[in-house]
Write a protein that binds this ligand. Structure first.
Ligand code: PAF
Length: 295
């Protein structure tokens, strides 16, 4: 495996069909499941590790974001990654950088409303990765469902010849969706954080039983999250992310909340075939995530 710092050397190593997994590092099983899912679809697998400053609205959130390139390198080697691209900030944002990418519409709801500027930072960095590495296929997790929609939107609008695929939300053995931020939760905060998945799973059970009313589903989630500071719970159309009142097309039931110092997001995506809805609860690990060992 090669460890690179520059777009030019990364691109020079990219032979045949190129697969890209964009990440901010501190790998957990969510990242490794994406690497495994894309490995067979490409000749050269590039994984980028870059904690992108422009997608953080708060300096302390950026500074406290976990970083562990040494451990990420070991994990990437084990998974037969060909190139681990870990650029410095000035490689991605050279002096005088002014260009930003906005994806209006999709970006305005939910995360976009609560984290102004966040999706512009994500869209800008992903555009730079697509332009600089020129992957044939790139994969993103469904845990960030709105981010995935934003990236699909920019890729379509800017005519990038890249196939954007998605992987499931991976959950710890107790249901908590994996996030590098989980390492900052104390054990009691972690208990509280379980409200997110508990609420979404209860709503998924209601959907399985035929409940399609948005207000009822969101109330179920809020009820399970009474101990945490909920920012939003929204039922939205999957492609556009526009909030909807009733489940009658593919959708996402998404939420964000704060537990102590940590902001967490979670969702279930819901397939809809015209009459039946099928919620996707993600993949649950059989044993505690390796994130526990990174604490
Ligand atoms: O999901 C992430 O880890 C980041 O938002 C991404 C897509 C790597 C862009 O910085």
């Amino acid at each position: 495996m090669e460890l690179t710092k520059a777009f030019s050397e990364t691109r020079a190593l990219a032979k045949g069909r190129v697969g890209l997994v964009p990440t901010m590092g501190a790998f957990h099983e969510g990242h490794t499941s994406l690497m495994k899912a894309i490995r067979e679809r490409c000749d050269t697998l590039v994984v980028s590790v870059f904690v992108n400053p422009t997608q953080f609205e708060k300096e302390d959130d950026l500074e406290s974001y976990p970083r562990d390139l040494a451990s990420d390198t070991v994990v990437a080697e084990e998974l037969s990654v060909d190139v681990l691209f870990a650029p410095e900030v000035d490689e991605v944002y050279p002096a005088g950088s002014a260009t930003v990418v906005e994806v209006p519409g999709i970006s305005q709801w939910m995360e976009g409303k609560h984290r102004p500027g966040h999706f512009s930072g994500v869209a800008t960095v992903v555009t730079k990765l697509f332009a600089g590495i020129r992957p044939d296929v790139a994969i993103f997790g469904r845990k960030d469902a709105q981010q995935l929609a934003v990236i699909r939107g920019l890729s379509r609008d800017l005519r990038f010849p890249v196939e954007v695929i998605d992987g499931p939300t991976v959950r710890d053995w107790d249901g908590l969706a994996l996030s590098s931020r989980n390492v900052r939760l104390s054990s009691s905060e972690r208990e509280t954080a379980l409200g997110l998945s508990r609420g979404l799973f209860r709503a998924a059970d209601q959907i399985d039983a035929g409940e399609f009313e948005g207000d009822i589903l969101t109330a179920t989630v809020r009820d399970a999250c009474r101990d945490l500071a909920v920012e939003y719970v929204t039922l939205a159309a999957l492609g556009t992310m526009v909030p909807i009142k009733e489940l009658k097309l593919p959708a996402v039931l998404a939420m964000a909340g704060r537990v102590g110092p940590v902001r967490l997001i979670d969702n279930i995506t819901i397939d809809f075939n015209g009459s039946e809805a099928e919620p996707d609860r993600g993949v649950i690990l059989d044993e505690p995530s390796r994130l526990g060992t990174l604490r």
